[in-house]
Design a protein around this ligand. Structure first.
Ligand code: NAD
Length: 439
């Protein structure tokens, strides 16, 4: 995997979009740093009685559009740079998909598979207790990410509610249905990516069946692979952390692969004669590549070997800035994470909204609203891509930065009115002059 620092990599993209927009330096300076970082040392009492100290992080990157919002990741590779990058991407993503949230992210440096259920609960509750003064339904709203789930969110909500003295379901999203969770949340990220891909396939007039390789078979990878295989795409490769499998000729029945994996423990064990490595999966001759596991998997070392025509970034940051440059030169169409995987946070917003307004929407309603949001975000990104002749990622960043700037105009009416006029008249080549530190 590339050694490039994920946060530095993320900021390269911000700088590129800022240059295209001729963004005022003072605004760029604000967007280049997180507003607040929290680093914790959490004591975990193991079942054996032994005490272990676990590092915990929460980065609150930017709240111009609303409460900080972003997942909690439990993984041994979690560190401050990774969390900063993820929190920055959430800021951009929430602006792209037009939900009233800022960007945040957090995590624990731990492999939860090494913990018993009781240890995991104790650790999560400790994390929630320590973060309680800095999170809340209108302050910062965590959600699940890699290796976290509805159960973990429910423990978090319960502990937070104890600290503040009242039940506060809207402090987290991604809760189990029946405990304040929204119908449709579990499938939302995969489904959102599917809606975006369908829009792109239509715009490019591509003929199905199109072949797809999906890296990662967790919440995101599984749901998008299922939807693709049921809607005219041929899923020819799948993978999990133990490795991948491929069958370019026949493809896979994804539901069958799912039950085989459950039974045998991994995809490789389920199809021993079709094994490939995760690295090989990325380089297969397919129409569409869907990285849906971890960041940095496509980088300067392997980008030149990618054969896919379209990459749908379902993981956060699966392509480094250096990798991205190579893919651009090869004219591979990359649908950026901040658009492709924004279905998750969109339905998280629906969940938060339902909790705040004590409503319960049907799954049909949730999916319909999700589709509308994804189709409209895609159309806006496509519009900027065509109008400014930039790739999808730059187009998405321009859209996000524009929305962030507009939000500043709302909170500062005197300067804002003048700036709004300027921004509307001169959107082609705007120059923004906002005061530094205006949050
Ligand atoms: P998950 O924990 O449910 O699944 C992760 C999958 O990746 C698993 O199948 C795991 O086996 C696999 N994996 C782990 N290490 C790997 C490696 N080195 N190589 C290949 N595969 C590996 O996580 P998830 O929720 O599906 O998240 C996947 C990605 O999508 C992450 O980047 C996450 O930030 C992003 N994402 C998730 C959501 C969401 O709603 N869950 C929303 C937006 C973005």
């Amino acid at each position: 995997m590339s050694q490039q620092n994920p946060f530095e990599s993320a900021l390269v993209l911000l700088r590129q979009a800022a240059e295209k927009m001729q963004l005022e330096d003072s605004v760029l300076k604000i967007l280049l740093v997180p507003e607040r970082v929290i680093e914790l040392s959490l004591p975990l009492k193991k079942d054996s009685g032994e005490l272990e100290i676990i590092r915990g992080y929460r980065v609150q990157y930017n709240n111009w559009l609303g409460p900080y919002k972003g997942g909690l990741r439990f993984h041994p590779q979690v560190d401050m740079n990774e969390v900063k990058a993820l929190a920055f991407w959430m800021t951009i993503k929430n602006a792209v998909c037009n939900v009233p949230f800022g960007g945040g992210k957090g995590g624990l440096e731990i492999d939860p598979k090494t913990l018993s259920k009781e240890e995991l609960e104790r650790l999560t509750r400790e994390f929630a207790k320590e973060l309680a003064p800095n999170v809340g339904p209108e302050v910062d709203v965590p959600a699940p990410d890699v290796n976290t789930n509805g159960q973990i969110m429910d423990w978090f909500r319960d502990e937070y509610s104890k600290v503040v003295g009242k039940d506060s379901p809207a402090v987290v999203t991604g809760k189990p249905v029946g405990k304040g969770g929204s119908l449709g949340r579990e499938e939302a990220t995969g489904m959102g990516g599917f809606f975006v891909l369908e829009q792109l396939v239509e715009k490019l007039s591509l003929e199905k069946p199109l072949t797809v390789a999906v890296q990662g078979f967790g919440n995101v990878g599984l749901h998008i692979a299922r939807l693709l295989s049921e809607n005219g795409y041929k899923v020819v490769a799948l993978s999990d952390s133990k490795g991948g499998v491929s069958d370019l000729e026949n493809g896979f029945d994804v539901r069958e692969a799912e039950s085989n994996k459950k039974e045998k423990g991994s995809l490789g064990e389920s199809y021993p004669d079709k094994k490939i490595t995760n690295e090989e999966l990325l380089e297969l001759p397919v129409d569409i590549l869907v990285p849906a596991a971890l960041e940095g998997v496509i980088n300067k070392d392997n980008a030149g070997k990618i054969q896919a025509k379209i990459i749908l970034e379902m993981a956060n940051g699966p392509i480094t800035a250096e990798g991205d440059e190579i893919l651009n030169q090869k004219e591979i169409k990359v649908v950026p994470d901040v658009l492709a995987n924004s279905g998750g946070v969109t339905v998280s917003y629906f969940e938060w909204y339902q909790n705040m307004h004590k409503e319960e929407w049907s799954e049909e309603d949730v999916n319909k609203k999700l589709k509308e949001k994804m189709v409209s975000s895609f159309a806006e990104v496509w519009g900027i891509h065509e109008e400014k002749n930039v790739n999808f990622r730059t187009a998405a960043y321009i859209l996000a930065i524009q929305r962030l700037l507009d939000s500043r105009l709302h909170v500062e009416p005197v300067q804002g009115d003048a700036l709004r006029e300027e921004s509307e008249e001169n959107f082609e080549e705007p120059v923004f002059n906002l005061p530094a530190g205006s949050n």
